[in-house]
Design a protein around this ligand. Structure first.
Ligand SMILES: Nc1ncnc2c1ncn2[C@@H]1O[C@H](COP(=O)(O)OP(=O)(O)OP(=O)(O)O)[C@@H](O)[C@H]1O
Ligand SMILES: [Mg+2]
Length: 403
């Protein structure tokens, strides 16, 4: 980079919109200089926009506030983390014959086999491909090649993961960005943004899982050899924990239950002395803190068993040497990593910690910003690898948006 670039990362979550501003220095350092969040007030549900005005208002608020905090007025690039209940992933593979005399594999060969493999997906009429992620290549007699360009082979096989979502869902996200004056944004599937934020290169090479416990949904990504091998969405998030408390213990409404969860909640009832009680001032009574923990524990066990089933479905449970990293607001429930460790067993479980960024410590350490930080970090990495105008030459060029 010849000049510092001002970058924006946006996370469109179910409960809020988060914006972070980063300056990519000429040295390659990425400084977080501004951040803000805005409540979408129900404008986004399960990753889908259901009120354009509320959504664009929240985007505008978050972006303007973060720009102001960073003291910036213009942007050189932006990327948006997206996910939702209808996002799906599938692993595909296909092979081609290398027809040239010298059998040297070219960039065009690599792109052709990736394209052909991805085309094997039977899309529903309204579905659009968001990403085609190259996982691994094989040639006859040599397997697990990261980049086959310039190698010699008679045939080339590619394994690729595609992420698809309904076209209208993505179209309306793009429309909201456009209405907010954010032209030219490209979209990144949120588990990839989480991974970028909290996994080291070695983690994702050696096998690692990110579990983003959001408000309504939990998203999960399983990474191996630096690529996404499995992803899933589970329809449980922090909101379900709060709702369970209110339904079973009648704490005085959802907002009271939410506050009690955040202040007194834990996923491990054994950590709470049985005699400890919490005063419900407005209700004029007390409630046992251990009983609250039992309710939260039951929901956490349900969620973590679903996470375990998804890791099992990936077929990679014995390959997760880089650990399971919990992110998102829901991961703030005390003792959740310990319970997760008990349930998931083999892989090490940790609270995801953002690395490789500089700047505002209170933003870098706040899990609510993890996705937005990851998305801006991914953008900076692409800019450094391929320059401001991303070409199709590098392997990463394949990650571009396709609509
Ligand atoms: N200290 C805490 N303890 C337990 N849960 C918490 C805590 N702080 C926040 N949460 C929960 O985190 C959830 C919000 O998480 P987050 O901000 O990551 O969601 P989101 O990104 O808006 O939603 P999604 O990822 O589903 O689109 C809320 O349900 C909230 O109850
Ligand atoms: Mg989120």
């Amino acid at each position: 980079m010849v000049q510092p670039a001002v970058l924006l990362g946006l996370d469109l979550g179910a409960s809020k919109v988060v914006s972070v501003i980063a300056v990519l220095e000429t040295s390659g350092a990425l400084q977080i200089t501004g951040a803000a969040q805005a409540n979408a007030e129900g404008g986004i549900r399960m990753g889908e926009i259901n009120d354009m005005e509320l959504t664009t208002r929240a985007i505008n608020r978050a972006v303007e506030e973060s720009m102001r905090a960073a003291g910036q007025t213009k942007l050189d690039g932006l990327r948006v983390s997206v996910d939702g209940i209808q996002f799906k992933g599938e692993n595909l593979r296909d092979s081609i014959t290398i027809s040239s005399m010298d059998k040297i594999i070219t960039v065009a060969d690599r792109d052709r086999v990736l394209e052909q493999a991805a085309n094997g997906c039977k899309l529903a009429k309204e579905e659009t491909v968001l990403h085609r992620i190259p996982q691994m290549f094989h040639i006859k007699g040599q397997r697990d090649i990261r980049n086959p360009v310039n190698m010699v082979g008679e045939s080339l096989e590619a394994e690729v993961r595609i992420i698809v979502a309904p076209g209208p869902v993505l179209g309306n996200i793009n429309r909201a960005l456009q209405l907010s004056g954010l032209q030219g944004a490209d979209l990144l599937y949120s588990p990839m943004a989480s991974a970028e934020a909290v996994l080291t290169r070695e983690d994702s090479e050696n096998g690692a899982v990110v579990v983003d416990i959001g408000d309504e949904l939990t998203h999960l990504g399983v990474f191996l050899r630096g690529a996404l091998f499995h992803s899933a969405v589970i329809p449980i998030g922090g909101r379900h924990f709060t709702r369970d408390l209110e339904i079973t213990k009648h704490l005085g409404g959802i907002s009271v239950a939410e506050r009690i969860k955040r202040v007194y909640g834990t996923a491990l009832p054994s950590q709470v002395p049985p005699e400890e009680h919490i005063e419900l001032e407005e209700e004029g009574r007390q409630v046992s803190r251990r009983e609250l923990a039992e309710v939260l524990h039951a929901r956490a066990v349900e969620l973590l068993n679903m996470v375990l089933a998804e890791i099992g479905r990936s077929g990679l449970i014995h390959e997760i040497h880089g650990g399971v990293h919990l992110v998102g607001g829901g991961a703030l429930l005390p003792h959740l990593p310990i319970l997760a460790q008990n349930i998931l067993g083999r892989p090490r479980v940790v609270l995801g910690r953002v690395h490789g960024l500089q700047g505002l410590p209170q933003v870098l350490s706040n899990p609510l910003y993890t996705n937005a930080l990851g998305v801006v970090k991914a953008l900076a990495r692409d800019l450094q690898e391929t320059g401001p105008k991303r070409g199709g030459d590098g392997l990463r060029g394949f990650f571009k948006k396709l609509f």
